[in-house]
Design a protein around this ligand. Structure first.
Ligand code: HH2
Length: 277
């Protein structure tokens, strides 16, 4: 059953790790590297061997300024890869990174059990679709859309505003029939936020978790790390690890990362130190 695999993520006794598989020509850090099916499958196998609990398959870049992609194009990118991964690894949680109902439906048909929706389910049919399949959904906060989201990053109170929107979307998801443990809330680091906003949202992940749902966080290689440290995209692993250190203490958390092996090792040592007698 689709959702039971999602529920299992919260019984691991450690953060669940979501490995990123971008099947896009234009993603900000790995665009074009894995957009042929063979290369994509090989990369997914590597992420799994490194310890990923979830593979997040995306066919449309959401980096600032990215242009939208037609649903048919997105489906053509993600469905063959999801179908093959579902065949090879029926126990793994496969997530589709999309805000489009048509893409989500095709991915669920192919074996995905989670929808990672960076629009927090703006399309009306998204929540009933996910509920009907017993799947999980990540509801991420984004103001506006990728093409324009960095044009206005001002908030009166970024944490209050983001948490309020996510609480409202979570209530809608539960009302649509999705079990609360399958509704995962993500503050959307880098999606229409400035450096200070990103840092405040990372610091407030505990308050987000207090809404009663699992939490997801995606900070891997993002530009606020470059703004803080001057590091280039491919040189942001230490900063990416530091960004998820606080989240790792939460009881139900999903960390979305490019560098799975390093993240798994980092989280294991943090947890061992934290629980040392
Ligand atoms: N960030 C990106 C994409 N999807 N999903 C969630 N839930 N949270 C995030 O923070 C998040 C996300 C952007 O990163 P990436 O996939 O590396 O790049 P691109 O959108 O250019 O493909």
């Amino acid at each position: 059953m689709a959702g039971e695999r999602v529920d299992g993520l919260w019984a691991l006794g450690r953060p669940a790790v979501m490995g990123i598989l971008n099947l896009t020509p234009d993603s900000f850090s790995d665009g074009g590297r894995f957009d042929a099916p063979g290369a994509a499958l090989a990369h997914a196998e590597r992420l799994l061997a490194e310890g990923a609990d979830v593979i997040d398959v995306g066919g449309e870049s959401t980096r600032p300024g990215a242009l939208p992609v037609e649903a048919a194009v997105e489906i053509g990118r993600v469905v063959p890869v999801i179908a093959e991964l579902a065949r090879r690894h029926p126990e793994v949680v496969l997530s589709v990174d999309t805000g489009k109902v048509a893409v989500a439906r095709a991915a669920l048909d192919a074996g995905a059990t989670m929808v990672n929706d960076v629009t927090a389910a703006r399309e009306e049919e998204m929540l009933p679709l996910v509920a009907g399949r017993g799947a999980g959904i990540v509801l991420m906060h984004m103001r506006g859309e990728p093409r324009t989201m960095q044009a206005d990053t001002g908030y009166a109170d970024v944490v209050a505003e983001v948490h309020e929107l996510l609480a409202e979307r979570a209530a809608a998801a539960v009302a649509a029939g999705i079990a609360p443990a399958r509704v995962i809330l993500d503050p959307g680091i880098g999606f229409g936020k400035d450096l200070a906003g990103n840092l405040r949202l990372l610091r407030a992940l505990g308050d987000l978790a207090a809404l009663g749902h699992p939490v997801a966080v995606g900070a891997s290689r993002k530009s606020f790390l470059g703004a803080l440290t001057g590091a280039a995209v491919d040189d942001r692993l230490p900063g990416s690890l530091a960004a998820v250190a606080g989240a790792s203490a939460l009881p139900r958390v999903l960390v979305r990362v490019h560098d799975v092996a390093a993240t798994v090792q980092f989280l294991a040592v943090l947890a061992a130190v934290r629980s040392a007698a």
